[in-house]
Design a protein around this ligand. Structure first.
Ligand code: SF4
Length: 292
């Protein structure tokens, strides 16, 4: 596959761009264009251990310390390059179709759980101010989170800042039962705690749920697990939570664990249709890519 071809672009989410340590550009399927990622976990430490995680933890992280001044500089430079149109002319993006070239968002994502950064609210405030000064109208701020810490005071404050700056929360929910959650997400938190956090957060603003389903040792998730998953979504709605959309997707890049495989497109479609039918929430399917 030639470098920069569309399918390779969607499978590459390199966190290191040029000499940056914290800020990197990607073409994001779920954003529908150019996304500027902010990595607050360069140490690659996460409070989940998802078995499909694509962060390569065999190689050590670059640093533990997030230097806010450097992060600001990197974000300003990359945002200015994006606005000038220079960024999209980088060889990495050589074959991006015109419809995917627009800057869509700044995304708190990266090699771990961004909200675990203890000054997350301070970082969000700094990035929001840079976006206000430099980004075109309509560029969003997206928090991609596993929802484990959404109840922490510094995270609640950060979410309120996001609310005032075209923020969106894209929160992970991959399971319906505690047993499957423990197997798939490998976390010290309970699924109940995650669902409670999602409900409380969604009571204050609409959120997006991101759910990754995959083939585990050759088998797709069973009907009972999917029913339990739909019940969890219903629980959030019944608690007054507002769910803007559900993104159903499967692995698009080679995961660390060989027992994990991508679902076929029709399997992803079937899960998305089931979610739509059970909950009435707009549901979008994203398919896997063939692994090189
Ligand atoms: S929450 Fe994200 S970074 Fe953490 S283990 Fe899961 S997929 Fe990887």
């Amino acid at each position: 596959m030639p470098p920069g071809s569309p399918s390779q672009i969607f499978t590459r989410h390199d966190r290191i761009f040029e000499r940056n340590r914290f800020v990197y550009p990607v073409i994001s399927r779920r954003s529908g264009g150019l996304s500027i990622g902010i990595n607050l976990n360069p140490d690659k430490i996460c409070n989940f251990g998802c078995i499909y995680c694509q962060v390569d933890r065999k190689l050590p992280g670059s640093t533990r310390f997030v230097d806010l001044e450097q992060l600001r500089r990197e974000l300003e430079e990359l945002l200015q390059a994006a606005v000038r149109g220079d960024l999209i002319r980088h060889p990495l993006f050589a074959n991006v179709p015109p419809g995917q070239q627009r800057l869509k968002d700044l995304a708190f994502s990266g090699d771990g759980e961004p909200t675990s950064h203890r000054n997350f609210d301070e970082v969000v405030a700094a990035c929001a101010e840079i976006k206000r000064l430099l980004a075109p109208e309509g560029v969003k701020m997206v928090l991609i989170t596993n929802a484990s810490l959404l109840d922490r005071p510094h995270v609640v404050r950060a979410l309120e800042i996001l609310d005032r700056h075209q923020g969106e929360i894209w929160a992970k929910l991959d399971a319906g039962t505690e047993a499957y959650f423990r197997r798939v997400n490998q976390s010290r938190f309970t699924l109940q705690r995650i669902v409670d956090n999602l409900a409380q957060t969604a009571q204050r603003r609409p959120i997006v749920i991101q759910s990754l389903f995959f083939r585990l040792e050759g088998e797709p998730p069973g009907p009972a697990e999917l029913e339990a998953y739909c019940d969890r979504l219903q629980t959030i709605l019944a608690a007054g939570g507002q769910l803007k959309a559900v993104q159903v997707y499967t692995v698009a890049r080679p995961p660390a664990e060989p027992m994990v495989g991508a679902l076929r497109d029709r399997e992803v479609d079937a899960i998305a249709a089931r979610v739509r039918q059970c909950t009435g929430i707009p549901t979008v399917a994203y398919y896997g890519c063939e692994f090189p």
